[in-house]
Design a protein around this ligand. Structure first.
Ligand SMILES: Cc1ncc(C[n+]2csc(CCOP(=O)(O)OP(=O)(O)O)c2C)c(N)n1
Ligand code: SF4
Ligand SMILES: [Mg+2]
Length: 271
């Protein structure tokens, strides 16, 4: 199917700020295709973000969009969903936005199970502010603030989301553009808090310091390190070292969704 990307893009906001070779454009196009396939109208769709290179995305898309403060997008999105539960809410954030400054908001939104989808653009670094390490920087990786290599262990954001109570959790990469689009549609269709982590290359802040010298190297790295759940089941702990599992990792359709719970308890019917 041919997609009319331009229909969804605010041309007045171009050119975008993303560096040549940044993985984020691939995610944006996958999102557009997924939203088009869902049949969501521009008026019923809200896209919110915090601050960072990833968080610039809502500005480029012609929906109801919010560019909020660093790490606080989920609080804004929660307010919007409670005020109008009919809206379809997608929240965008970087690994830093969602798991460092916004980590507390993230775990509590997971726990609450409010109906929205969060897409985490995980480039393993603070891209916008010149490549400081984040909670997802792999041990040993070089960053501007880890010149000897990252000394702290990193979060697995999908495991964090599942442990905190999210009811849909999946992962994809910018190499896997079509599976990513499929993952978005599954996440958008889920009633409850859905998390999609997308591994994305930041050639400017991460790749150059870590022997992934071109954007193509970064994509091939993703191809070589992504495995499916099925393959993972056949691998030993040593073989799994450094790999990450893609696809839908967790889905629970029984847990009460927060807005429904709120309406039942208060007798108030949100419109
Ligand atoms: C309260 C506050 N603290 C710090 C900053 C500076 N800042 C802007 S973006 C950013 C990190 C962005 O990293 P990430 O969320 O991973 O997004 P990326 O740029 O990698 O897409 C930081 C620390 C800020 N804007 N506001
Ligand atoms: S700094 Fe990295 S994440 Fe930010 S636009 Fe450039 S390549 Fe993309
Ligand atoms: Mg980042």
């Amino acid at each position: 199917m041919a997609y009319d990307y331009e229909k969804y893009i605010r041309k007045s906001r171009l050119p975008h700020i993303w560096c040549p070779g940044c993985g984020y454009g691939i995610i944006m196009k996958s999102m557009i295709r997924a939203i088009a396939d869902m049949g969501w109208s521009k008026d019923e769709t809200v896209i919110a973000s915090g601050i960072g290179c990833a968080s610039r995305l809502p500005g480029y898309l012609d929906f109801n969009t919010l560019h909020t403060t660093h790490g606080r997008s989920l609080a804004f999105a929660t307010g919007i969903k409670l005020a109008n539960p009919n809206l379809k809410i997608v929240v965008i954030g970087g690994d830093g936005d969602m798991s460092a400054i916004g980590g507390n908001h993230f775990i509590h939104a997971c726990r609450r199970n409010i109906d929205m989808t969060v897409i985490i653009f995980n480039n393993n670094i603070y891209g916008m502010t010149c490549g400081q390490y984040s909670p997802t920087t792999p041990m040993g990786a070089k960053t501007t603030t880890a010149p000897y290599g990252m000394l702290e262990p990193n979060f697995d954001l999908c495991k964090l989301a599942i442990a905190a109570g999210a009811t849909f959790v999946g992962r994809s990469t910018t190499y896997h553009a079509l599976p990513m689009e499929k993952l978005f549609k599954e996440a958008f269709s889920h009633k409850g808090f859905a998390v999609a982590e997308i591994m994305a290359g930041c050639p400017t802040g991460f790749g150059r310091k870590n022997n992934q010298k071109t954007p193509a190297h970064m994509l091939l790295w993703q191809k070589d390190h992504a495995i499916t759940q099925k393959t993972a089941e056949t691998m030993s702990a040593e073989e799994l070292e450094g790999k990450f599992i893609t696809g839908i990792l967790y889905r629970d359709t029984n847990k009460q969704e927060y807005v429904e719970n709120y309406d039942n308890a208060t007798g108030f019917k949100s419109e």
